[in-house]
Design a protein around this ligand. Structure first.
Ligand SMILES: [Zn+2]
Length: 252
């Protein structure tokens, strides 16, 4: 189907990502004796403050939404990409193959995820920096020799400590598109697909962010998430989103 595309509004989604466990998002890897083997990504012009790259957050949301929406083929596990004009995942997160998006006539990728800076004003971060002069802590991990039971090959990782928070923000573009009868949809397609963003955030909170999630890193919780139509041209069903935290073991 062809037709025109009209930008109706830009929805701003913003909030706080709090680390429930230490997080490591791969920066530079160095090999050598002594020193740090793996560093986290940092802002070189902002006191080497760690941040969560927008691409990491978006990629994680996307991969989990694809899995939840049954879009991943067991045979190859590749990122989903299709030419179905009604595919919400491709509209929100973009297509892995640019030509698919063009063929589907669904317009540009709707979601832009900005880099999320560390909240340096939060008491936890301030306190940690004052006592250590750093925004990250260091953790050494080993492998256990199965015969002797001794620890071998120690490697030192940087990680952002549990308790620190990041301020995240996303922009979501709402377009007026022709509906199946060719009439203007008043943004209905994009407003419906806003649900994929909420789902993606909830799934990240249920899963982890960064690397080594299966070893306990990168568990997060989401707070103070607001959703606002910046141009006031569309009416949103909700102005804030709340997310269920992953339950920890109850206190006996
Ligand atoms: Zn698709």
């Amino acid at each position: 189907m062809d037709g025109t595309l009209k930008l109706l509004d830009i929805v701003r989604i913003a909030g706080e990502i709090k680390l429930e466990t230490g997080m490591t998002i791969g920066g530079i890897e160095t090999f050598g004796i002594g020193g740090i083997d793996k560093q986290v990504v940092k802002e070189p012009l902002k006191e080497n403050c760690p941040y969560i790259p927008g691409s990491t957050l978006k990629g994680k949301m996307r991969s989990l939404v694809e899995l939840a929406d049954g879009k991943v083929k067991l045979s190859d596990g590749k990122p989903h990409s299709c030419t179905n004009p009604a595919c919400g995942v491709c509209a929100v997160f973009g297509c892995a193959r640019a030509e698919d998006n063009k063929d589907a006539h669904r317009g540009p990728t709707r979601l832009i995820v900005h880099d999320a800076p560390l909240d340096v004003e939060a008491p936890e971060a301030k306190q940690f920096f004052q006592s250590t002069g750093r925004w990250v802590d260091l953790k050494t991990e080993n492998t256990i020799n199965r015969v002797t039971g001794t620890a071998e090959h120690p490697r030192t990782f940087e990680r952002v400590p549990a308790g620190m928070s990041f301020k995240f923000a996303m922009s979501y573009r709402v377009f007026e598109m022709p509906d199946k009868d060719g009439n203007p949809d008043k943004g209905a397609f994009d407003l419906k697909n806003l649900g994929f963003i909420k789902l993606g955030l909830q799934l990240v909170a249920n899963d982890y962010i960064g690397s080594s999630g299966s070893r306990g890193y990168g568990r997060i919780s989401l707070h103070k998430v607001t959703v606002r139509a910046t141009m006031g041209m569309v009416k949103l069903p909700e102005t804030s989103w709340s997310f269920t935290p992953v339950e920890t073991a109850p206190t006996p």
